[in-house]
Design a protein around this ligand. Structure first.
Ligand SMILES: Cc1ncc(COP(=O)(O)O)c(C=O)c1O
Length: 436
């Protein structure tokens, strides 16, 4: 158990010899032995061989309970039957044709029916493409080339949105000309937002934000903040762009339905592909009509845009992930976060749990967590917590973020809570460093 006095990283190495070997092999051909920054952790990540329902099996033969779910994407757990069958069926009947098919329309109809602010939608292959194309659409619509975002707000890996994420070293390779076109404001600070719009509101093509800031600490927006954002963008003829790549899981119509504020444009990704790569952007018909091939000026191409197997899997997933299931998952998530906070309240470390519904983030701090600056996501104590929980068979993000899928049962959440109770008192104090 995590109560063991052994160094948790030594325990990790002892448990994962096959992953260590695979990692050495991978390092010859992949920088760091991996191909996704966020899945890397020290001393090396575990390689997985299979995933089913709530569990992941590793190359070392371990079975882990998955509370990470591919960073919120696997909302029905791994290999859910209907989406897998739909994708396989499509692949067997020919998938790679340069022409539209009905599967694209089926998924688009489901999204337009569910999200009241989305009148038309376009598909790509990643959330990054979703935010990139939505921003391009906003710039073309407003004829402006500056945007406003939130400090620490993550929206994928294209240049414009990588500004004001992480420290300066994370911005290497981004041209200064791009940085100059992006301003950032602290999340949940209504006064700062008003001041920014007073200074330069009419220069912004859009204000992009998540209704619940995910990577920056899983912090829900305060009600008045989103309403203020709506009013200020409208008054400045700027567009309000919600990134719902992560938060869409919170209601049939996304977090915008749950929080009651409608944006002009929405970016989507993750779960709507039913387990296959996807991104999407949609919103007001007048703005989206810029992408009409005959009458609009904007191009939007991609060999795998609207990949039929992805579309079929996504539609099958949304049919399963309906209003009743979403409500039940949110309620379970709310109870789970309360129980986590309860353990934190009696632990030796100051613990704050943030999140909403099935999304949660563990913070180690006495202070209220309202924005990127007050968030402790990713600080050394949380990496230590991650490796201890991992040694006890539980997967969450190294930065202390997690989420529930519908495959997670009460016995799994009980196991998580027991491991958390053991581990939390053993992590280093905040501001100390972790040896890896
Ligand atoms: C809020 C948000 N926006 C955009 C993205 C980018 O999506 P993708 O990784 O599919 O490019 C992510 C990915 O984690 C995200 O969490």
């Amino acid at each position: 158990m995590s109560g063991d006095s052994a160094d948790p990283y030594d325990r990790y190495r002892d448990r994962t010899p096959a992953s260590a070997e695979l990692s050495e092999r991978a390092k010859r051909v992949l920088p760091g032995g991996d191909t996704r920054s966020v899945t890397y952790h020290g001393p090396y990540p575990s390689f997985f061989t299979e995933a089913s329902g709530a569990t992941v099996t590793t190359a070392d033969g371990e079975t882990l309970l998955d509370f990470l779910n591919n960073y919120t994407q696997s909302v029905l757990g791994h290999a859910p039957e209907a989406p897998v069958e739909a994708a396989c069926d499509r692949l067997q009947h020919g998938n790679d044709v340069a022409a539209p098919n009905e599967d694209i329309v089926e998924l688009a109809e489901r999204l337009v029916d569910r999200i009241s602010s989305v009148e038309q939608v376009r598909f790509g292959n990643s959330g990054t493409e979703g935010t990139m194309n939505a921003i391009r659409g906003a710039m073309a619509w407003t004829e402006r080339d500056r945007i406003l975002k939130v400090e620490g707000g993550y929206h994928g890996t294209h240049d414009t949105v990588e500004v004001a994420v992480g420290d300066e070293s994370a911005h290497e390779g981004i041209p200064d000309s791009v940085k100059k076109r992006v301003d950032a404001v602290p999340f949940n600070d209504t006064e700062a937002l008003k001041n920014r719009f007073e200074c330069a509101g009419e220069e912004y093509a859009c204000f992009i934000l998540e209704p619940i800031m995910g990577v920056g600490g899983m912090i829900p927006a305060e009600e008045s903040y989103l309403e203020t954002a709506r009013d200020l963008t409208a008054a400045a003829d700027s567009l309000l762009l919600f990134d719902e790549v992560m938060s869409f899981r919170l209601a049939p119509g996304g977090a915008q339905e749950r929080y009651g504020v409608e944006p002009d444009l929405t970016a989507l990704g993750k779960l709507i592909g039913g387990g296959l790569p996807i991104g999407a952007f949609g919103g007001r018909e007048d703005v989206m009509s810029q992408f009409h091939p005959e009458t609009g000026g904007l191009k939007h191409s991609g060999t795998f845009n609207g990949n039929p197997a992805t579309m079929a899997a996504g539609a099958a997933l949304l049919d399963q992930y309906d209003a009743d299931r979403i409500e039940a998952l949110n309620e379970r998530g709310d109870r789970f976060r309360e129980r986590l906070q309860g353990i934190g309240d009696v632990s030796d470390r100051p613990v704050r749990i943030t999140g909403d519904g099935s999304l949660f983030q563990i913070h180690v701090t006495d202070e209220p967590v309202t924005d990127y600056e007050s968030s402790t996501a990713g600080e050394p104590p949380l990496e230590d917590l991650f490796i201890r929980m991992r040694n006890d068979g539980i997967l969450l993000a190294p930065r202390g973020m997690g989420n529930l899928s519908t495959a997670i049962e009460d016995e799994h959440t009980d196991t998580f809570l027991d491991a958390f109770e053991e581990a939390i008192d053993r992590i280093p104090e905040a501001n100390s460093t972790t040896a890896v």
